[in-house]
Design a protein around this ligand. Sequence first.
Ligand code: ATP
Ligand code: MG
Length: 771
Amino acid sequence: RASVGPKYLTGLNPEQREAVETLDGPVLVLAGAGTGKTRVLTTRIAHILSQGRARPAEILSVTFTNKAAREMKHRLGQMLGHAVEGMPWLGTFHSIGGRILRFHAELAQLKSNFTVLDVDDQVRLLKQLLQAENIDDKRWPARMLAGLIDGWKNRGLTPSQVPSGEAAMFANGKGGKLYASYQERLKILNGADFGDLLLENIRIFREHPDILRQYQQRFKFILVDEYQDTNVAQYLWLRLLSQAPSSLTSPRLRGEVASQGSAIARPSDAGEGDSPQAELVEAAPRPSPLPVKDGEREKSKNICCVGDDDQSIYGWRGAEVDNILRFDHDFPGAKVIRLERNYRSTGHILAAASHLIAHNEGRLGKTLRTEDQDGEKVTVTGSWDSEEEARGIGEEIEQIQRQGDKLNEIAILVRASYQMREFEDRFVTLGLPYRVIGGPRFYERAEIRDALAYLRVINSPADDLAFERIVNTPKRGLGDATVQMLHDHARKRRIPLFEAARAVVETDELKPKARGSLRDLITQFDRWRAQREVTAHTDLAQIVLDESGYTEMWQKDRSADAAGRLENLKELVRSMEEFENLQGFLEHISLVMDRDGGAEDDAVSLMTLHSAKGLEFDNVFLPGWEEGLFPSQRTLDEQGRAGLEEERRLGHVGLTRARRRAKIYFATNRRIHGTWSTTIPSRFLDELPAANVEITESKGGSAWGGTGGYGASRFDDMEAFGSSYSTPGWQRAQANRNRGAGRNGGGRSGFEEEASTFSSSSSAGPDFGSF
Ligand code: ATP
Ligand code: MG
């Protein structure tokens, strides 16, 4: 049967085919990594189009990234044999929400050309508000407020709905009020932040049922990828759009729609600071299921969501894995389809990934099998330190390249973005093209550029760009007016800004306060330049960051990303050790910066585990599997067991990106938060099935290994990693080596045996008894 029908359907297995061909009514594809969920979605669009069930502009299709949307469009073209024109509603939640908002901007007191603010803009605006309210930005940093507001928006909460307990978390209960004035300011500036893109949609839909109906009618089909990572706002948005338009004519359903919208404020809600509705969103964010009468079922919307509870990795950003677990509750009559065959990875890789995730308790549990070969085992490699790790991985990549593989088929997935620095430097040294996906490259991060700017001004007082970047960072009362005056001076006399500053402080052109702080800054730079002659460049960098107040600026910042930025700064200072002096270091940086990122046709991909979702590569490198780094200590501290399970899902996501090779690394010594420490291999290593894992020797190495035998050793159980947590890594590694030497790795347990372990781990909740 599978061979009958259009060409794009051939090759699908029966379950995939069912998911593609069940066009009417709600469908959930709940299935593990690499089972073809995304492929099913794409094929489904092809099917809808070729069956003439809808035009391209009548399909709403949500992907997790813009890149994924482009790729989907490309695949669609391949399936249909011609390019697909006009799929305006294929994109991310943000891009689609933004598009809808532009059409109705006036209903949100905006103009259709509104600006979308990035985080920096957001923070700047909040700072002004704090100042106006006389709130000490040092005690209550704007960034922290930005994080709170973001969280509220993710949960669909408008200012009046913020639970009072949470509003109290900022500036003694002023959180909600500041959120409200922030929204007002945004309107005046004709701006929206990311959260608004959806939140304003929801509000407009709620207040203007005619507009909602228009969209409900337009979108004949709705498709959503990565459904496990939707947050409450996204969920509410989908719920509204996915109701059959005719159902709104039923007063009962209208009532339902209204109560569903209760998480979204209307103007009349204003003033209900601690409305119980808001609490409701906390305790039970989901509205009750739509009452669907017999005969109305056909009218319920054609929505198809695909996802995998084991890949839910954005809980920290407000995603609610519950959305997927309750799908058939929210969309009654939903057909739930499970896919069990993994088409991506070889047997060993899949077994390792499945075994790891089986250690989680909060999961539905599912079977995954492959008909692919066992392939190469997952390797685990210990290195002396992170530098050796990077060197080793660099060697392996070159080797893979020599064997004829494309660099495009190689990815390095890190837990923390600061880990990238070492790889970037290594790749520059090797001349190996690379691209960083889902974020700026290390040296392009804002905090790194700031720090570099200080060093550049020390190195070259004529570096105006650098000087301008940091003259008022951190804030020292040298605002735009001062900078403008310096520019005027500099232009007139044809001197660099720094020299202009030196001249200006001798005059009374500046107000005393600005004059004082500019003089201080000049004095500081003169002192640092003098110190440069007698101090190691790494020490100097640290001194500059500390004395300038730059480190302190981030220390006082309580936003979610501040800690990461401080880590990056430490990493920057550390990276300087590899150079003889400041000059050499800065030359290296200009080389790194000069590379035209992303332009390369064939390049290694470098990204965080979070950004890797949905992607696949032949070769996947997974460095830094050490306690504290992965699982991340911060996640464990803040979220306990739930955090650990989310980290484990990240590990699962990482491993399941690999088609042919998955290579895990741990370093025995790593500098975390700037200090060297002996690390403990990640507990996740202990959770890998020995039969699918091979321990190998680092190729980067000097301090380690070297003596024969180690690379060939195999172990029957991975306890070798876990049982000796208290001994320093290198000793344990030594012990492992000795232990492994005489072994020959018993029988092949392979994947089939493991399959029973992870498919039996089902912990289905009541709603899923029927799965
Ligand atoms: P993830 O959970 O990681 O997002 P997924 O379930 O979306 O994975 P896809 O990316 O759609 O999986 O598919 C994984 C790989 O398997 C892709 O390369 C895809 O082309 C291939 N694949 C899926 N179904 C089939 C099939 N029936 N025949 C051959 N290859 C397939
Ligand atoms: Mg996918």
